[in-house]
Design a protein around this ligand. Sequence first.
Ligand SMILES: [Zn+2]
Length: 236
Amino acid sequence: MSRRPVWLEGARRVAYAAADLAVPLHCGGCARPGTRWCARCDATLRDDPVELTPRVPPPVTTWAVGRYVGPCRGAVLALKEHGRGDLVPILGAAVARDLVRLAAWSELPRATGSLILVPAPTRWWAARRRGGDPVTAIARAAADLLGPRVSVVGALRTSAWAQDSAGLSARARVDNLAHAITVTARPAALARLRAPDTAVVLLDDVLTTGATATESLRVLAAVGVGVHAVLVVAGA
Ligand SMILES: [Zn+2]
C-alpha cells in the first residue's frame, strides 16, 4: 500500500493559496481587508429600499436596494468586473429583504399567490462569461430565500448588435435599445407570467437612466405580461 507522499501536502497548500488569490480576502463593498463583506457594508444593505426617479421612467415604481455609491456600487462592480461570485448570496439576501418590505408597504400586491422575478436582459456575451449572468444569479439567490412561491423566469434578451450603453445619453440609450430587447420566454413561461394571481418584478443590477427597464416593460406588455415594480441593486 502506497503512502501519501509528503510533497502532496505542499501541493495542497498551493491549491488553497491559489484559491485565495482568485478571491482576495477583502470586503466587496469597501475593500476593507480581512473579510469578504464587512459589518458596515452589511448595515447599508439592510436600509429600506430607495425609490428612484429615472430620467426615462418606467410606468411602474422603481426601487433600489441602495444608491450607486458606496457598498452597493462596490459590490456590483466587484461581482461584474472582478468575478466576486461570493457576493451573490449577500446581494440576493438584500433583494429578498427589500421584496418583503415592498410587500409590507403594499408596493407589491399581497393577494397574489406567487411572485416571479424577471432578470433584466443581458447581452449574450455577458451571459456566456464564467459564472453566467450575475442578475439571474442574484434573482435565484433571493428566490431561494423567499420560498417555493417565488421563482425566476428568464424572459428577456438583448440583441447581439445592441451597443454597450455606457457613455450614451439618455436619449441615445432609448434609441439604442429600441427593438433591441426581445422576449425569449417559451409559451409555458409566458402563461405563468400572465397568470392573474402572479406578481412580476423586473430585477436589474444597476439602473442609470431607466432606458433598459422601460424598454423591458414595453416588450413584456406587448406580449401581455404586466410588471408590478422594478427593483435594482444600485440606482443612480
Ligand atoms: Zn465593507
